[in-house]
Design a protein around this ligand. Structure first.
Ligand SMILES: Nc1ncnc2c1ncn2[C@@H]1O[C@H](COP(=O)(O)OP(=O)(O)OP(=O)(O)O)[C@@H](O)[C@H]1O
Ligand SMILES: [Mg+2]
Length: 265
């Protein structure tokens, strides 16, 4: 089996650096003082149960989240900086693919938003063709998106995010609802993108076995980070066999320390 803990060479430095990152939604603090880094050129998994704040954190990184405080640097700029627009590819949890357009038409539409003007037509055409090839949909390029399988639709969304040749890809639960074979294929594609383009990928999931496929992990629970480590180091530190068991171990430890704090207050 491939050892995913071994990061690819190169890609030094940090793609994302956060210090005391806090986000308020409504009246609640949904992210509470997070400190973490996302190294360049690697796949970092953002794992945690539903409602723990994964999408909120991703929105903060891509600059679409309000009420963010603390420090959040992305590719050397404060999150949301104008120059980051074309350097980040973002696929939301409910990606927008138009069913009544073909794969190529969908891509052409988003390419025109990203890189408008008649002069850019040839470059757009090349970018669209390349992005379709990257996600292995060349033979389905002229099929209507509405006639694709779930896995193929996910790959169209991914192709949209790949259009601008982004240095950082932020993918919010890209494998949700896919069968094990499609999930495996998509993870292989993520590794190809990281290895061949030197891109940084931040991928969220609440399926713990996907954690084993990442170079690094951010484990979240209830707006806080339980761990920022490699899968190997996590398993060793918690004396467990799987990342899922390590996560449960850390949840229990966090509960114990909260109870202790409450008792001493
Ligand atoms: N518009 C909002 N106003 C107030 N609270 C919100 C709003 N949107 C989300 N929240 C809360 O923020 C918290 C984090 O939500 P978020 O969507 O980031 O979680 P998530 O980890 O992505 O969950 P899932 O795995 O279900 O996608 C949740 O408790 C949610 O109820
Ligand atoms: Mg979410």
């Amino acid at each position: 089996m491939m050892n995913y803990s071994e990061p690819p060479p190169g890609g030094a430095g940090q793609a994302v650096q956060a210090q005391a990152l806090t986000v308020v939604r409504g009246t609640r603090e949904v992210l509470r003082g997070l400190d973490f880094t996302v190294p360049r050129g690697q796949i970092t998994g953002l794992l945690g149960p539903s409602g723990c704040g994964k999408s909120t954190l991703m929105r903060a990184i891509v600059g679409t989240q309000a009420k963010v405080t603390g420090t959040l640097d992305v590719l050397g700029h404060p999150a949301g900086h104008a120059t980051l627009r074309t350097r980040i590819g973002y696929v939301t949890q409910a990606p927008s693919v138009y069913d009544d357009l073909t794969v190529r038409q969908n891509l052409a539409y988003f390419a025109a938003i990203l890189d408008p003007g008649r002069a850019a037509a040839e470059r757009r055409h090349e970018n669209v063709t390349r992005a379709i090839a990257d996600v292995d949909l060349t033979t389905r390029a002229d099929a209507l998106a509405g006639n694709l399988s779930g896995g193929q639709r996910s790959r169209v969304s991914l192709a949209v995010a790949l259009l601008g040749t982004p240095e950082l890809l932020v993918l919010d639960e890209p494998t949700v609802g896919l069968d094990p074979v499609l999930r495996r294929d998509l993870w292989a594609l993520f590794h190809t993108i990281a290895a061949t383009r030197g891109a940084t990928l931040l991928i969220s999931s609440h399926v713990m076995d996907e954690a084993e496929r990442c170079h690094r992990l951010l484990l979240m629970r209830d707006g806080e980070l339980l761990a920022d480590d490699t899968p190997d180091a996590l398993r060793t530190r918690t004396a467990t066999e799987t990342v899922e068991a390590a996560f449960l171990h850390l949840v229990d430890e966090a509960k114990k320390s909260t109870t202790k704090k409450e008792q001493t207050q």
